[in-house]
Design a protein. Structure first.
Length: 244
């Protein structure tokens, strides 16, 4: 699958894409101000932001990637189905802390094709920060450069990676996540009003919905979000950036 020259951080970048499935899965952003600022703190050559917190778009599936890696490297990596074979990625799926490539390679059998691609394109010493929710890794931010990161650098990258992941995934989540999770306009409206502290009666007055309709929307939205009650549903919707 070809890599598209698309930066989700650019204004109107997602115009014309009707849903999440229509957005190119592998996106080469070239340069980005937030990345260049981070490079000044910890030098690195490449960065990769992967995974969304919605079904079928989580880290390791290779279906949502923003990166400045050489497009030819990523295209060959995906064409050879290396995400399923790369011990670095496999380790990242269940990681609870930063994953360092050299440590993983020391205890794993590494595909020769992967080593060849890394040598050819100069993608070395990858370091990955997993992004997790409730113990489930749904995203990751990976960095690479010609020399290993030291402990202080890794600690800093770990500190900022969730914010960096959020910067790149926020435009996608805000535009498409509700549709991807099949939340209706009514469910979104009721959750949004509930997040302001309104009771069901208050939500009904604010939206024009009947009380039974409000409660039905809240109940169905709670189920879709995998929450156990209204409060958890509101928190989950905010965390997923479905509501402000």
């Amino acid at each position: 699958m070809p890599v598209s020259a698309l930066s989700v951080l650019s204004p109107d970048a997602l115009e014309g894409y009707v849903d999440l499935s229509s957005v190119p899965k592998h996106r080469y952003f070239g340069t980005a101000d937030v990345v260049e600022r981070l490079r000044k703190a910890v030098p690195f050559e490449y960065v990769l932001i992967s995974g969304l917190d919605v079904d079928n778009y989580r880290f390791g599936e290779g279906v949502s990637i923003d990166t400045d890696l050489p497009p030819a490297f990523l295209e060959a990596y995906m064409a050879d189905k290396l995400p399923q074979l790369d011990p670095f990625v496999v380790a990242g799926k269940s990681a609870t802390e930063v994953v360092v490539e050299s440590e993983v390679y020391a205890r794993s059998e590494v595909p020769q094709r992967l080593l060849y691609l890394q040598r050819t394109f100069g993608v070395h010493d990858r370091t990955m920060v997993p992004i997790a929710r409730d113990g489930m890794v749904y995203g990751a931010v990976g960095f690479a450069r010609g020399t290993p990161f030291n402990r202080d650098e890794i600690q800093f990258l770990e500190l900022v990676s969730e914010a960096l992941h959020g910067a790149f995934t926020r435009p996608l989540m805000e535009r498409y996540a509700a549709d991807q999770m099949r939340l209706s306009k009514g469910e979104m409206a009721c959750l949004s009003k509930a997040s302001l502290g309104l009771t069901s009666e208050g939500i009904g007055k604010a939206t024009g919905y009947q009380l039974d309709t409000v409660n039905s929307y809240i109940k169905s939205a709670t189920k879709k979000l995998g929450a156990s009650n209204r409060t958890q549903a509101i928190a989950e919707a905010i965390r997923r950036r479905l509501i402000a």
